[in-house]
Design a protein around this ligand. Structure first.
Ligand SMILES: N[C@@H](CCC(=O)N[C@@H](CS)C(=O)NCC(=O)O)C(=O)O
Length: 201
């Protein structure tokens, strides 16, 4: 059986768990918790980067990062659910994923700055630089809500939901006050994709 190394708090892990469900593989992938800060966790043997999510295949191969795992799931599935067929749609959805993933990278860097540096060594200008990316990405997501193609959900939608869910989890949902269209979009997504609530941290 395939194994997904992840943790309940990981937004990239949440993205992949939703993607696994979207292609109907939830019961074919076992979730095994990983601790990225623990040198004794065999995650570092499985993925030299020591990052989650990492997908372990039955042939012993390990897949990372989340975008490669999504490509694998999409190729396995073949129906174009995660990444729709047709160049225009495909590129639009992959670009949407890149935007949401980039938002997450910038949010995670802020969390790590606070988590791993003593307060006296934290750089406010660096945090502000990352927060600028988050805010511009939110504006862009709001100005152009993720395209939905039947049957879906596609990876642009899934990655966007994972990113907004992380801002709810780690940044007290402050984005909600300034981005009502995205609030509505996420509510609709959650109703359409039950795995969003099921993977909440
Ligand atoms: N580009 C990677 C990002 C993955 C990532 O940043 N994962 C975080 C947890 S959500 C992690 O493993 N952090 C631990 C570390 O960087 O050492 C992906 O798409 O999978």
């Amino acid at each position: 059986m395939r194994v997904l190394r992840t943790s309940p708090a990981s937004p990239f892990g949440r993205k992949v768990r939703m993607a696994i469900d979207a292609v109907g593989l939830t019961h074919d992938v076992r979730i095994v918790a990983a601790d990225t800060t623990d040198p004794a966790d065999d995650l570092r043997q499985q993925n030299p980067l020591g990052k989650i999510p990492t997908l372990l295949l039955e042939n012993g191969e390990a897949l990372f990062d989340s975008r490669v795992i999504v490509e694998y799931l999409d190729a396995l599935d073949g129906r174009g659910i995660l990444v729709p067929h047709g160049t225009e749609r495909r590129i639009a959805v992959l670009r949407q994923q890149a935007l949401a993933d980039g938002l997450l990278d910038a949010a995670l860097l802020q969390v790590y700055e606070r988590r791993f540096r003593p307060e006296t060594h934290q750089l406010a200008s660096w945090v502000a630089h990352q927060q600028g990316k988050v805010e511009r990405a939110l504006d862009a997501l709001s100005a152009r809500l993720p395209d939905a193609f039947a049957p879906g959900p596609n990876i642009g939608e899934i990655a966007t939901a994972a990113a907004l869910g992380y801002l709810d989890f780690r940044f007290e949902g402050q984005w909600r006050a300034t981005h009502p269209l995205l609030v509505q979009w996420l509510g609709d997504f959650a109703r359409r994709v039950p795995m969003f609530d099921r993977t909440a941290p």
